[in-house]
Design a protein around this ligand. Structure first.
Ligand code: ATP
Length: 642
């Protein structure tokens, strides 16, 4: 009775969700009507059967679009053609059929590993990457945020970065409030997004926040890569209801795996892919009748989306059972029936050029990013506390293990390892902190760059500056404890120089960690590479193997190790002017004069070959090292896209 009621009133499928399940009693009559439309549309040159509720939608037209994976020469999209024009579009297909490839190709977010040929037009005109990203939004499958910011702060920073520079603070606030309302996130505006250590908004709310970010600048096209993945059915449906509402104002196209029937009923149009080719393209509601006409009726009470996926997942090996002939015939029929639409590449060319979003200046981007990075840093209280406690424990351990080493002959044996250990310690902890956090941030930066939000250079400079604060404060505290507990030379200038080297050492190690993260990309690979790099630099760090005794073929390792310059710097600082004492038993006769075996620090420096450079030269080399290695890391983030 319910089906009949829906049918009689000609209620749309989305208003009558159960109708979305295949209903044998209605298929036949509907079929006749829809096939007529489908047949008519076969000859419809401009694919006019496309369902659009969007006023003046942007028209994306693609013709003979071919995508080839360069390495394997594999055809990922097989010369497909179509048009996207307003409404809520779903791109469905079995896993590996090319959904993400198509979405990324249309959004011009191309993987460097693929080659694309064919025509792609926006409102009948060729469109550059810069143009498209200024008028479209793209929601990735893995939404990335600054987890320590609240939803409202996240959107406010994005609005400051993406809205035209002359937008007033009040206008931005109104826009942020508007999108929070639009995506149903008002209740969570003051909740932080969350980090692995601190629970924040839910998975569904994260997706909504990702959509809200894109809506801030009123895009004409919104691309979403599997927005419902990882969400429960109720949350997924609610998100799709929101997306459908959004599609009243802009074309929304998403890839989706296996939508429940209620979600399927929300789609206006469908692109169904099968092994890189389009098996169906057109109104979502006409998909079932179309496939029925090709010999694939939807079994009773089956989710239409499941049925469509079953049909396009048919393989010849699967069909080699008793129904083989029927299946093969049906598959052939499917190919014959779906005539590729005639695509008019110039469709929409008569419209005025779509307005481009203005970009913000470098300085504006820098100040917003610096502000948000500082805020993020100050909120990482757990992480900062852990680093502080770790540093305090190490400083106290070193301080009391080498407590007041004094100036006797024995102190020579203790002075070298304590100085070297301080250098190593400063490098290790700061480098580990960076290596664990940077790869995630790098992905966020790449996403924002792809969206045209900010430049890599602004992001990198702001982030470096914000993080340097912590990398400077911790070594200062460390130095204050260790220097006086160990009893190094009690001279103020020497204490400041020692502290300066601890800071330079910490910054050098973090620079190295940044470089590794920038090239290795993932935390796993970075964590694997960092220790071997640090160990190499420790081995060739002028302590175990003084420069004078380093084999000639390894001298270059000595030269590129930041440990060499840090250790040499603190050694010169500590040993210059150091007068060593000895007991009367230890006195030696040298040229008729009684003196200590090692009378002063200069003898130690000479014996270890550490007197080739001055303190200023060591500090200068470290400053150059920090700038150079960070510049290389920037190039890695800027140009490597793997
Ligand atoms: N850069 C690339 N190099 C080589 N092969 C690629 C590349 N990108 C995608 N592919 C291959 O293209 C095919 C389609 O991939 P795509 O990610 O588009 O599929 P999908 O339909 O989105 O799959 P899923 O639903 O599982 O995410 C897959 O076989 C994939 O391995």
């Amino acid at each position: 009775a319910f089906f009949t009621a829906c049918e009689l009133e000609e209620t749309s499928a989305r208003d009558c969700p159960i109708f979305a399940l295949c209903n044998p009693s209605t298929n036949e009559s509907k079929h006749r009507f829809i096939m007529a439309t489908a047949e008519a549309s076969d000859h419809d040159e401009d694919t006019s059967s496309i369902q659009s509720r969007t006023e003046n939608p942007a028209v994306v037209t693609f013709k003979n679009l071919e995508v080839v994976a360069k390495a394997r020469k594999q055809l990922l999209l097989k010369g497909i053609s179509g048009q996207i024009r307003g409404g809520f579009w779903a791109c469905m297909g079995p896993s590996g059929s090319g959904k993400s490839t198509l979405l990324n190709t249309l959004a011009l977010r191309l993987d460097p590993g693929v080659k694309v040929t064919g025509d792609l037009r926006l409102n009948g005109r060729p469109c550059s990457n810069a143009q498209l990203k200024r008028m479209s939004g793209y929601v990735m499958q893995d939404d990335l945020f600054n987890g320590n910011l609240t939803c409202e702060e996240q959107l406010t920073y994005t609005a400051r970065l993406r809205c035209p520079q002359d937008t007033s603070a009040a206008q931005r606030k109104a826009r942020v409030d508007g999108v929070l309302r639009q995506v149903g996130l008002e209740h969570a505006r003051h909740t932080s997004v969350g980090t692995p250590l601190k629970k924040g908004i839910s998975g569904g709310e994260r997706k909504r926040l990702a959509v809200a970010q894109e809506l801030l600048v009123e895009p004409q096209l919104l691309f979403l890569d599997e927005p419902t993945t990882g969400l429960d059915s109720v949350t997924a449906l609610s998100l799709c209801h929101t997306l459908r509402k959004i599609s009243d104002a802009c074309s929304v196209i998403c890839t989706i795996h296996q939508p429940q029937s209620k979600i399927f009923a929300l789609f206006d149009n469908l692109i169904l892919l099968k092994a890189g080719d389009i098996a169906y393209q057109g109104p979502a509601k006409q998909a079932l009748p179309f496939f029925e006409s090709t010999g694939h009726p939807c079994p009773p009470l089956t989710n239409p989306a499941d049925h469509l996926l079953d049909v396009v997942s048919l393989t010849r090996s699967e069909s080699s059972h008793s129904l083989a002939d029927v299946d093969l015939a049906a598959e052939r029929e499917l190919h014959l029936r779906f005539t590729r639409p005639e695509i008019d590449l110039l469709h929409g060319a008569d419209r005025p050029q779509l307005p481009l979003r203005q970009t913000t200046s470098w300085l504006r981007q820098f100040s917003v990013l610096l502000d948000s990075s500082f805020k993020e840093q100050t909120r990482k209280t757990g992480m900062i506390a852990a680093q502080l406690i770790q540093m305090l424990i190490m400083a106290i351990l070193i301080g009391f293990a080498f407590f007041q080493i004094g100036t006797d002959q024995m102190s020579v044996q203790l002075r070298k390892p304590v100085l070297f250990f301080c250098v190593i310690n400063q490098g290790l902890f700061s480098a580990l902190a960076v290596i664990n956090s940077f790869p995630g941030k790098r992905m966020l930066a790449l996403r924002e760059r792809a969206a045209g939000t900010y430049k890599t250079s602004t992001y990198f400079t702001a982030k470096m500056l914000a993080e340097t604060a912590l990398q400077v404060i911790l070594p200062i505290i460390f130095s204050c404890i260790v220097y006086w507990t160990v009893g190094l030379q009690p001279v103020a200038s020497k204490f400041f120089i020692f502290t300066g080297f601890m800071i330079l050492c910490s910054l050098s190690a973090t620079s190295l960690a940044l470089l590794i993260s920038a090239f290795a990309r993932t935390t796993d690979l970075s964590v694997t590479m960092l220790p071997s790099m640090l160990e190499t630099f420790r081995l060739f760090g002028a302590f175990y193997m003084p420069p004078a005794s380093t084999p000639a073929y390894f001298v270059w390792l000595n030269d590129i190790s930041y440990v060499t310059y840090s250790y040499t710097g603190v050694s010169i600082n500590e040993n210059r002017g150091l007068k060593l004492t000895c007991t009367s038993d230890e006195l030696e006769d040298v040229n008729g004069q009684l003196q200590c075996p090692i009378p002063d620090g200069d003898v130690i420096l000479e014996a270890d070959g550490l007197n080739k450079l001055s303190i200023g030269e060591c500090a200068g080399i470290l400053v150059f090292y920090i700038v150079f290695v960070r510049f290389l890391a920037y190039l890695g983030v800027r140009f490597l896209k793997w």
